[in-house]
Design a protein around this ligand. Sequence first.
Ligand code: SAH
Length: 218
Amino acid sequence: MNTRVNGIGMTSSRTRARLIERLREQGIKDEAVLAAMFDVPRHLFVDEALASRAYDDVSLPINFNQTISRPYIVARMIEVLCATGPLGRVLEIGTGCGYQAAVLSQVAKEVYTMERIRPLYERARKQLGELKMRNVSVRYADGSAGLPEAAPFDGIVMAAAAPALSATLREQLVVGGRMVLPVGSQEQWLFLVERDVKGFRETKLEPVKFVPLKMGKE
Ligand code: SAH
């Protein structure tokens, strides 16, 4: 057994099973999403000193003033994204440590993820590679205008909050596609944008707290 990946003590499968129970209590129902949350070793995506807290439902620092979202938010965004069926190609903006991309890789055929801070991009790429998540492509780029060369996407998730809904991004959705993203500055809300043959429909889901979307690369 690979104890590094499977975990022991505070990172063991018992600890992870408790997280899944909490996610169920919080209303996450999609079994594929819950299975992916159980399978992906979140403790490998945070600093070793924080590994014992990796299966608590809390956000954690990942350096460079960035944070990894709490598991409930990751599960909720992915559940909303795949509510209409299995996902083909997905775009994530804001790779961070790569955890959400890893969970997405379990429920989608292909994942593209973009990060603007080089050391975070490098670390995420290495970690996803070590876990042999070969259906994830990590890009070092400003993702605020999406990834036109890989579009269209069945799903788009944004892990950083833009002040307003972007019209450029939603054009990269297929008809029937869905985008889940935090919007706002002081007060932020999670939004769902759905594309159908007639156009786009926006639904305000719940209040959230994300780091701000930034422009350019560092
Ligand atoms: N999904 C991530 C959460 C990352 S936090 C995880 O599971 O860890 C949000 C990330 O978005 C940060 O790493 C930040 O650098 C990145 N980000 C912010 N603006 C961006 C932009 N314009 N393009 C790409 N990444 C961006």
